[in-house]
Ligand binder design. Sequence first.
Ligand SMILES: NC(=O)c1ccc[n+]([C@@H]2O[C@H](COP(=O)([O-])OP(=O)(O)OC[C@H]3O[C@@H](n4cnc5c(N)ncnc54)[C@H](O)[C@@H]3O)[C@@H](O)[C@H]2O)c1
Length: 108
Amino acid sequence: MKKKILVTGGAGFVGSHLCERLVQDKNNDVYSLDNYFTGSKNNHVDNVTYIEGLTSDIAKLINFNPDMLYHLGEYSRVEQSFDDIEKVWRYNKNGIFAVLEFVSKSGL
Ligand SMILES: NC(=O)c1ccc[n+]([C@@H]2O[C@H](COP(=O)([O-])OP(=O)(O)OC[C@H]3O[C@@H](n4cnc5c(N)ncnc54)[C@H](O)[C@@H]3O)[C@@H](O)[C@H]2O)c1
């Protein structure tokens, strides 16, 4: 049975490299949840399933129970974030809350 691994922010810098590494193991089914705020489709890696959307909507967008979840889908530009407080709040605070709730309900 393959392991289902979900990477939030899988189209970003760290997430795309992580996906690249994870798909090398044929026992892994790798999924990314990304809203493409700073991520790019140019970072897509073969054999990863890409789901577009906000982490705050994770419960609506992910219809399976992952065996493992890496959470990298965050507003990550530190300097820029001071001019973008509302977005940081929405992306990071609402996002992490929904991710933790999802993880807790998935029984991970
Ligand atoms: N790059 C580094 O050197 C470094 C060092 C320490 C920690 N980190 C942390 O690792 C994480 C990833 O960093 P990165 O450098 O890959 O940044 P990045 O901006 O390249 O990647 C973040 C990804 O998350 C996506 N994203 C942002 N908010 C989202 C949301 N609410 N819902 C869904 N997707 C969302 C973006 O579109 C992007 O693809 C961040 O939390 C960052 O603070 C990075």
